[in-house]
Design a protein. Sequence first.
Length: 456
Amino acid sequence: MPKDNPYSRIFIQDGLSLKDAQDRYQTRRCLFRNTHPGHNIVAGIDRDLDATEPWSICYSPLYQDPLFLYLSGINQPGSVLYLGPNHQETLFIAPKNAKKTFWEGTHFGSGARENIQELQSITGIQDIKPLSELYPTLDEHFHQDPHINLFWHDKSPKRPLIKDSHFRFKQRLSQAMKRRGQSPQFNNIAHTATQQRLVLDPIDQQNLEKANIKTSQIFTLLCQKLSKMQSEQDVNGLIKGEIARLSTSGQSFPPIVAYGKNATTLHYHRNESPFQNSGMLLLDFGVREHSMPADISRSIPINGRFNPLEKCLYQLVLETQKYVQSLVKEGVTLNALNQSCWTFLEQALKDRFLSQGGSMTRDYQQQPHQVGHLIGIAVHDGDPYRNDAKHPLKAGMVISNEPGLYGHFSLETPTKKYEADIGIRIEDNLLVTKKGCQNLSESCPKEIQELEALIN
């Protein structure tokens, strides 16, 4: 029987021994300092996710800012990491709270000697200080050099400013340093830090592949039991139950279980509509393996058989997905993949659907969404404004590949007219390599014959 680890939720080891996990985070911090010389301050989340709305209960096994988690492994609010010249590293952390321990269990904190020793022995970081000493300590560093490397999301011309924990920390730091007579000059390291973090090492690649395999196992089981399911709620229950059974890290995101017209809503989450005798079911869900989240989408006929309209549209989306996969390699941009994807699908619709008498009405012209996004510790990782879509992909990065088609479609055959509101999305996770990519979702069935055989 495996030994219980009381720190498993607050120090993420990613399946490694404690010593190997400590060495891995130490290596990451060294690389980070080399890439960002000078004074670096990386803040974790500053509060519980439900702290501002006491009526809301928010729980996620992974509960930390991705960059802070990547560098420290610490999975709780209330910490700041300083990384400076000459291998300096200091963890500033809030005092340990006995009442919180009583209510919520093991957590890290400063204060008593035994608290510091606990942090040192688990995280491998030796210089531990109370969070209240952050500004006095920074005074010592910044008298001669006011430049500070900091992470925040710059404002986008087309999107509202993101006022997350990074934004709040930058405001507090700026105000505190000015009150202390300092004039800090902030250098935004968001792009370089994120680019470093999103090149997954072999451990993350292996865990993400395991997450995909487990997600595929759930999808296969679901298909086999689909004939007994009567609603989106039944399917959602099976998915969530199996995720809880297969992973202590839980779901990558709340599942999307969208039947019929519901699948034309891209981020549908009601997951309660009853099934009829026919129609398509869109599924979008994933298992998280340690810190790595899978993100797979599949679209299946509820009765186990694609009708001619469903088969035609599904095959076009599937061929588009395979075409996009053939283009993925180091050096390609997500913007280029995006353009190629929707150009290919639109031409296929003209040549093999509209020219055969098919008709369609959509709430968009050509592109319903991006064909892919980066995947790391966050399932939708990278720059939230999607500015990283213009930067070349690097070997070791993982992207989603998810062309989709949504709207009202009709097709008349010699014997029958088929008409329906349909949403189809097929999504895999691709590991970028020097000359191509590895499909981490390869074990998840998506060919028409495979799906029909599984469901029936």
